[in-house]
Ligand binder design. Structure first.
Ligand code: TXA
Ligand code: MG
Length: 317
C-alpha cells in the first residue's frame, strides 16, 4: 500500500482513536514506546503484517514483537512458565521482551512468528502506547519503525524521515526515554538472553535466581555479514577511539572534546537515550568518517556497544 501522505497524529484521545481505527482497518501506524518508535499493525491480520515488511523493505521475514497493554493480554497469546512470570512481574511494563511458546489458537499471523512455535511479546511502559493498545483492543505487531538496515527511530521526525508515504500515520509522543530496543529473553527451558537492550542484563539473574544462558542473537546472521550493518549510518564507523583522525567526526562519551557527545558526564543511561538520535544527527551532518569514544561494557553499555558494532560492520557501499 503506497500512501499519498503519512498523518502525524497528536498525543490526544482523538489522535489515539484515529490510530486504533487505522489499525482496525488493516493499516500501519507508528507509535512511541519507551525504547524506540514501533511500526504497528494488527498482529492477527496477515495483510497488515505483510505491509510492515513491505514498508520497512525487510530482506527476510524476521519474527516480530507483539505489543499488548498488560500481562493478562499477553497470556492470551503465549504460555508463561515460572521464569517468565517472575520476569514479567519484575519488569513489565518495560523494556523487556519475552520469547515464549505460542498458545494454540492464538490467532496471531504466521508472518509475525515467521512460522516459529514461539512468540515474542512485550508490555511497553509508555502511556501513549498503552492507551493506543487499549483503544485498539488487540495485539499489535511492531518492529522498530525504520527502513530495514537503518537506524532505529526515537522521535516522530525520525520515523517520517525513513517511512513518510509508506505508512498511514505516526503518533507523535516526543522522544523515547530509553532510546535502545528492549532486552530479549527466551523462557523456553533454561532462560536465555537473545538481545541486550534497555533492561540491563545484570538485573535479570537476581530476579530469576540463576544466570542466563547466552542464546543465539536473533539479529545476528546465520550467514556472516548478512545483517551485521543493521544500525548503519551513512558514514563509516570506527570504535574505541581515543585519538580521532583529523577527517573523522568524533561521537564522544565522557568528558572529551567532541562534535556530538552521547553523555558528557559518562552516564550510560543518558548515552543509550541519545544513541540513535546522535547517529541520525551524524547522517544529517553528512559525516563520512565517524569515530566513537570507548564505552564501558557494563549495564546499558552492552546494548550500546552491540548497536555500535553493527553500525561499524563492513558493508557494501
Ligand atoms: O524495543 C523494542 O523491542 C522495539 C519496540 C518497538 O518494541 N521493537 C523492536 O523490534 O526492536 P524489532 O523487530 O526491530 O526486533 C525484534 C527482535 C528481532 O531481533 C527478532 O528476531 C526477535 O525480536 N524475535 C521476535 N520474535 C522472536 C522469536 N519468536 N524468537 C526469537 N527472536 C524473536
Ligand atoms: Mg529493529
Amino acid at each position: 500500500m503506497s500512501q499519498s501522505t503519512t498523518r502525524r497524529l497528536p498525543d490526544s484521545p482523538e489522535g489515539i482513536a484515529v490510530a486504533a481505527q487505522i489499525w482496525a482497518d488493516g493499516g500501519l501506524v507508528a507509535m512511541p514506546t519507551e525504547t524506540v518508535y514501533g511500526l504497528g499493525a494488527d498482529a492477527r491480520n496477515d495483510t497488515a503484517v505483510a505491509r510492515i515488511y513491505a514498508a520497512k523493505g525487510r530482506p527476510a521475514f524476521n519474527p516480530l514483537i507483539v505489543h499488548v497493554p498488560d500481562l493478562a493480554a499477553a497470556e492470551a497469546y503465549c504460555v508463561f512458565n515460572d521464569d517468565a512470570r517472575r520476569l514479567a512481574d519484575a519488569f513489565w511494563p518495560g523494556a523487556l521482551t519475552l520469547v515464549l511458546p505460542l498458545r494454540t489458537g492464538s490467532g496471531v499471523s504466521k508472518l509475525v512468528t515467521a512460522g516459529l512455535e514461539t512468540l515474542a511479546v512485550r508490555v511497553p511502559d509508555h502511556p501513549l502506547a498503552r492507551d493506543a493498545l487499549r483503544a485498539f483492543g488487540g495485539p499489535i505487531a511492531a518492529p522498530s519503525a525504520n527502513p530495514s538496515g537503518r537506524i532505529s527511530p526515537t522521535t516522530a521526525d525520525h520515523v517520517l524521515a525513513g517511512l513518510d508515504r509508506r505508512i498511514d500515520a505516526v503518533i507523535d509522543g516526543g522522544p523515547c526515554p530509553v532510546g535502545v530496543e528492549s532486552t530479549i529473553v527466551r523462557c523456553v527451558g533454561q532462560p536465555a538472553l537473545l538481545r541486550a537492550g534497555g533492561i540491563p542484563v545484570e538485573a535479570l539473574a537476581p530476579c530469576l535466581g540463576q544466570a542466563l544462558e547466552q542464546g543465539t542473537d536473533p539479529d545476528m546472521p546465520q550467514a556472516p555479514g548478512q545483517l551485521a550493518s543493521h544500525y548503519a549510518p551513512q558514514g563509516t564507523v570506527r570504535l574505541n577511539v581515543t585519538e580521532p583522525e583529523p577527517d573523522e567526526v568524533l561521537l564522544g562519551f565522557g568528558p572529551v572534546p567532541a562534535a556530538l557527545n552521547l553523555s558528557p558526564s559518562g552516564d550510560l543511561v543518558e548515552a543509550a537515550s541519545q544513541l540513535f538520535a546522535c547517529l541520525h544527527a551524524l547522517d544529517a551532518m553528512g559525516a563520512k568518517r565517524i569515530a566513537v569514544s570507548p564505552i564501558p561494557q557494563t549495564g546499558l553499555g552492552l546494548a550500546i556497544n552491540d548497536r555500535l558494532r553493527r553500525a561499524a560492520a563492513d558493508r557494501p557501499t
